[in-house]
Design a binder for this molecule. Structure first.
Ligand SMILES: [Zn+2]
Ligand SMILES: [Zn+2]
Length: 287
């Protein structure tokens, strides 16, 4: 079975591919199930739903997804991502708790950005190249545009932006530790909200947070107690955690550039123990 349950379109702040391109590519790849899991938004669901009316053969392959940001109080600078899935688009849109959660995350994201810029100005980190910046403003991301426009309106140009991007992580971590208002919701809140919205919650890319093994295992157990239902598995270690904690497994490329569907082919090589049917059964049970 060929499937990819974790991809991003230009509805993500850092995604590049258009939905038209996504649908076009779907016609060329013999994929059975796929999900666009844009960051902290449901905007892509409405757009995808419209496209599936024009291309009904694609509807059966689509799983509606979102990737939500959260923050554990013990590891505040380590952003954790929880994937949420539904069988149809009406499901997530109809839960006000989920809509409110997404709105809160988006507000926090905007506050983080504003605060970063403020602190950049104060530090006088000023440089200027226009060309690279121009490429950024033309970046085909619907969600990125307001951020870039803010930079533009504040006359921050080219290399300032590069500099901003390079220093963003360390400065952001400093700011998060000092300001409660920059916190994303806790994993417990995100997992509960997904459950209340009849979604399936999956911990995205568990090995990418750089937790020590014992720490990761403790977190998985904690999340499972909150109601987490599965782990995104791209290697044997995480597969073992699925078995140990009786969590379902999903697979995804986390592809942020939908132009390149070639990266999907490696998913054909599913590990011996990987069984996507448990996830699909959960998804069907919830809808
Ligand atoms: Zn992620
Ligand atoms: Zn992702």
């Amino acid at each position: 079975m060929l499937l990819d349950l974790h991809m991003h379109s230009y509805y993500s702040v850092d995604g590049k591919g258009s939905l038209d391109r996504f649908i076009q590519n779907l016609h060329h790849v013999p994929i059975q199930f796929c999900s666009l899991t844009d960051h902290n938004t449901q905007a892509h669901h409405e757009a995808l739903h419209k496209l599936t009316k024009a291309f009904p053969e694609i509807g059966g392959k689509l799983i509606y997804g979102i990737e939500l940001s959260c923050q554990h109080s013990e590891f505040p600078t380590n952003e954790i991502h929880i994937l949420a899935y539904w069988k149809n688009k009406e499901a997530p849109a109809s839960f006000s708790g989920l809509n409110q959660l997404i709105e809160n995350i988006q507000d926090t994201s905007q506050r983080r950005f504003d605060m970063l810029l403020e602190n950049f100005d104060q530090r006088n980190d000023i440089l200027s190249y226009w060309e690279k910046y121009k490429r950024e403003i033309l970046h085909p991301s619907i969600r990125r545009h307001p951020f870039i426009l803010t930079l533009y309106n504040r006359s921050l140009t080219g290399s300032q932006f590069d500099h901003f991007r390079n220093k963003r992580k360390s400065l952001l971590n400093e700011l998060i530790l000092k300001n409660d208002g920059l916190s994303y919701p806790a994993p417990s809140e995100v997992i509960h909200t997904i459950k209340n919205a009849a979604g399936v919650s999956i911990l995205a890319h568990p090995l990418r947070y750089n937790f020590e093994q014992a720490q990761l295992i403790a977190l998985i157990e904690e999340f499972k107690n909150f109601g987490l239902e599965g782990l995104e598995v791209n290697d044997f270690e995480v597969q073992q955690y699925c078995e140990r904690f009786e969590l379902v497994a999903t697979k995804g490329s986390d592809n942020h550039n939908l132009d390149n569907f070639g990266t999907l082919s490696h998913l054909n090589d599913l590990q011996e123990h990987f069984n996507p049917y448990a996830f699909l059964a959960l998804l069907n049970a919830n809808s």
